[in-house]
Write a protein that binds this ligand. Sequence first.
Ligand code: GLP
Length: 256
Amino acid sequence: MAEVVILPSAVSAGELGAEFVARLVADRPDAVLGLATGSTPLPLWTALAARDLDLSRVRGFALDEYIGLPAGHPQSYRTVITREAVEPLGLTAALVHVPGDDGGPVEGAGARYEAAIAATGGVDLQVLGIGRTGHIGFNEPGSSLASATRVKTLTEQTRLDNARFFDSLDDVPRHCLTQGLGTILRARHLLLFAFGDSKAAAIAGAVEGPVSSSLPGSAIQLHPLVTVIVDEAAASQLQHADYYRFAWDNRLDFER
Ligand code: GLP
């Protein structure tokens, strides 16, 4: 079962997440981080930046990237990751990868990205947000639970949700490259964040099931080490919230 931690605010969630990253990097300065985009990871990046750690040897792999945006577009995930994570955290840009950024054709980009991840020994800690459709990365409903990095077509709901970052809905790409659910499940530790009412149904489905490709986030139930960090609003549809609070408050010393 995922460890579910319900905290009063996104700020405190970011601080707890930063603690996980800090411990990992203290142990392994060249750790491999899985990086997520969207608004959800921002409190984590803020809390991590405040710790002023040396993250210059950390290697990073973004979950996903739009297809069709020109290089340097402010909403390409390469640009977003650079602006929101690489620069504030002091990551080394050349060690941070985004699907499709190797200069090769889109065809085959998924397999090349999988090979690049495997060559590092795999992702140690994968940061995740979740979309309102229950997607993680850009694995929209129907994604195979064993999927690898590949091209996906975005749902209209996801395009509408992400239109706030673009001038108009027409400017939101229809396709993307995304790590698959199988790729995500190969990371050694998953750290899933969600904040606000709009994520409550997706979080309840992801944590409490059933496991189904119709709600891709539910794939986390197949993983042996998952930490779900949510605020009260995102936790509001969890059936077993009281138990999660009890388990967290009473965790044993070695788990702290
Ligand atoms: C995008 C990203 C996802 C992210 C989701 C939620 O679709 N590809 O990785 O989890 O948005 O975004 P937000 O965190 O802004 O709610």
